[in-house]
Ligand binder design. Structure first.
Ligand code: DP6
Length: 394
């Protein structure tokens, strides 16, 4: 039986996908991660993919420790983590602040999935630390200082990250705009393409764009504020056609900003460009906007569509990028099964000309999710008797 004070918690946190992108930190905002503009995202479900973090505070621990995806990491060598820990300790009861913490964290998505894990990872970390230290800090502020986009994963549904104006970042927070039940038909597919390129990190990329892309001033001043207002209306009214048009424009702008950055940045691969072409051609063939794409600082396509259209969209994706079932990770497997029964209309079977058909690395499906959730002791990543890290991914 433990004789020393011991506190523990395990949290699962979701990925979020922005449809109005965060791309740039305002002056003096590198350390606190204060963005140049608001952004807006959809939080995915924690099924099938999530980050999971267990944190234990115990008097027997002699240093702060982090185990990430099975490897012990240096805490001191990670300035963002040091910053998060300091912020938690400055906002918690003194008897907890003096205890050391052991953190064990993993992602259940394969590394090859090329999914950005910093949002779900720092969100899980922030939730776990606030709980275990009994900190009064705002969880989204803490997640933000780990990685900007992580602050949006703190809430379920449709989430805005407000840029704020305070120099100390206290009003630079995420807030829920609408919960998952507001638009339950909204569905996200992630097409993880082959041929991973060596990427410029988003942290570095946005820094370069802010310094050099001639598009950035107008984006910050006019373009994003107008889009935030328009897309808020679209989400409020569940107007998919408007949502899709604004989402694709913002994704295209991010790519244009990167292209006009010096040195130029291109995250998209041939497959990414073909998916963009496919989405436009499919919408045209259907005579309405069925599908929207968005891309982050990478080649993978995130597709938004409404649930009744999912089987046909999956059939479409599989027609051009035939992906074996075992590489399809669906929150709702009945949607994958339903796609098998779909026969694409003749005007949808030759949309990419003679572009070679090749499989995706993964095809993922998720509804809009409810945000992070606390997990039971049985799911802990730390043995709660011995404090040994449990390093198998579960
Ligand atoms: C393209 O949150 O990874 O995904 O704050 O430097 O950690 P840091 O950057 P990060 O940037 C994400 C950028 C993006 C757009 C978005 O998610 O809004």
């Amino acid at each position: 039986m433990a004789t020393s004070p011991r506190y523990h918690v395990t949290v699962a946190a979701p990925i979020n996908i922005a449809f109005i992108k965060y791309w740039g930190k305002r002056e003096g905002g590198e350390h606190l991660i204060l963005p140049t503009n608001d952004s807006f995202s959809i939080t995915l479900s924690t099924e099938p993919f999530r980050s999971k973090t267990t944190a234990v505070l115990d008097a027997s621990l002699t240093e702060d420790e982090l185990w990430l995806n099975g490897e012990k990491e240096s805490v001191a060598g990670n300035p963002r983590l040091v910053h998060v820990l300091a912020a938690v300790r400055s906002t918690c009861p003194a008897d907890r602040a003096k205890l050391k913490v052991r953190v064990v964290s993993n992602n259940n998505f394969p590394t090859a999935a090329g999914m950005a894990s910093s949002a779900s990872g720092y969100c899980a970390l922030a939730c776990a630390l606030v709980k275990v230290f009994q900190s009064t800090a705002d969880v989204s502020v803490l997640a933000r200082v780990g990685s900007g986009s992580a602050c949006r994963s703190v809430y379920g549904g449709f989430v805005k990250w407000l840029q704020g104006t305070n120099a100390d970042g206290t009003d630079c927070i995420a807030e829920q705009f609408a919960n998952a039940a507001h638009w339950p038909e909204m569905t996200v597919l992630c097409a993880v393409v082959k041929g991973h390129k060596k990427d410029v990190s988003s942290t570095k990329g946005m820094q370069l764009s802010l310094q050099t892309s001639p598009m950035m001033p107008a984006r910050i001043r006019d373009v994003v504020p107008a889009r935030m207002a328009a897309v808020s209306e679209a989400v409020r009214n569940r107007d998919f056609a408007s949502f899709a048009a604004i989402t694709m424009s913002d994704s295209d702008d991010l790519q244009a900003v990167c292209r006009t950055t010096t040195p130029t940045i291109v995250y998209a691969t041939d497959d990414s460009f073909q998916i963009i072409k496919l989405v436009h051609a499919f919408n045209e063939a259907k005579g309405r906007k069925v599908l929207a794409y968005t891309f982050d600082a990478g080649a993978n396509a995130f597709l938004f569509t409404l649930r009744p259209d999912v089987p046909e969209v999956v059939a479409l994706v599989n027609h051009y990028f035939p992906t074996p079932d075992e590489l399809c990770a669906f929150n709702d497997p009945s949607l994958l099964r339903a796609s098998k029964a779909v026969t694409l209309a003749p005007n949808c079977t030759a949309l990419l000309g003679d572009y070679p058909k090749r499989p995706l690395t993964y095809l993922l499906q998720s509804p809009v999710g409810d945000g992070p959730r606390e997990m039971s002791d049985a799911e802990s990543l730390i043995n709660l008797s011995t404090l040994a890290p449990i390093l198998t991914v579960s």
